[in-house]
Design a protein around this ligand. Structure first.
Ligand SMILES: [Zn+2]
Ligand SMILES: [Zn+2]
Length: 195
């Protein structure tokens, strides 16, 4: 949806929409899919900028990192962004909000300020929500999804799913990198035996 910033100039603009994400694009790997994304958003004036607050809810399917079986899950997430007009379109002195520096020395709680939000520049005074939603959905993807905690994965040789039982492949040969160590050990035990 495209929203004119002016519609939130004097009071918050609240809306609801459904965004369809096309998973068939380079940003997403094979086997990734999404239900339509339900978005509840509020755009409010934070002069001279705007604050976008939104909640997303949808279902996602991602391949198990070990066996590639589809892993389905419900996602509920929220985000906030500071919306600023493109530099060239701003009137008066351009004043881009600086990201607050985060460091451990901060300690304790700090008040949440505009500097804590991500910043999105928009052109033509219009916020297009589709790319924003798409980015959030990408950020929400699990780094290492598993169909179950103890997923046994696939045999690297024959590709059989070990969750369905062992395959007939021979046990992997001993790692040759340990060969030297074994030799050393036999030498050591050998020399000790000779004493
Ligand atoms: Zn799995
Ligand atoms: Zn196998």
């Amino acid at each position: 949806m495209k929203i004119r910033l002016d519609s939130a100039r004097f009071e918050p603009f609240v809306w609801q929409e459904t965004v369809a994400i096309r998973a068939a694009q380079p940003a997403f790997e094979d086997g990734v899919g999404f239900s339509p994304i339900e978005l509840h958003g509020t755009l409010e004036p934070v002069s001279p900028n705007f604050r976008l607050t939104a909640r997303l809810s949808y279902r996602q399917t991602v391949p198990c990192a070990r066996c590639l079986a589809p892993v389905e899950g419900e996602v509920e997430s929220g985000f906030e962004l500071l919306i600023v007009r493109a530099r060239s379109e701003r009137q008066g002195r351009p004043e881009r909000p600086r990201k607050a520096e985060r460091n451990a020395a901060d300690g304790g709680e700090r008040q949440l300020t505009e500097e804590d939000f991500g910043v999105l520049e928009v052109v033509d005074g219009t916020l297009d929500t589709a790319p924003v939603v798409e980015e959030q959905v990408q950020l929400n993807l699990p780094a290492y999804p598993l169909c179950r905690e103890d997923c046994a994965g696939l045999c690297p040789r024959c590709g059989k799913n070990w969750n369905a039982g062992p395959c007939d492949c021979p046990a992997p040969a001993a790692d040759p990198r340990w060969g030297g160590l074994a030799e050393l050990r036999s030498k050591l035990t050998g020399s000790r035996a000779g004493e």
